[in-house]
Design a protein around this ligand. Sequence first.
Ligand SMILES: [Zn+2]
Length: 107
Amino acid sequence: MNIAETAYLNQIREQLVVRRQNLESALSKHETDQMLHLLQDVDQALAKLNDGNFGVCQNCHESIEVDRVMADPLVTFCLGCMTPGQQRALEHDLRTRCAHADGLAAA
Ligand SMILES: [Zn+2]
């Protein structure tokens, strides 16, 4: 593993640890199934980081696109293996995020 890759993985790990802390404090006040699921996903991602399996597609075992992993460390499938429904959700998500960014730029 080269230095750039280590730095990138450390960044992901920090993101996940922060997310985990936020989830835990939210869960201590109000517990929902969705949050518990999310906590499991975060724990799984952290376990994969420790095992060196992070960023690998669960279906085809190819590397997931780095920019997608950076945007959301919890992605578990590469673009090619996502279902059409997931792809549509992603497109929608990207569009709303862009719209939001435009709004910020205009303000
Ligand atoms: Zn795949």
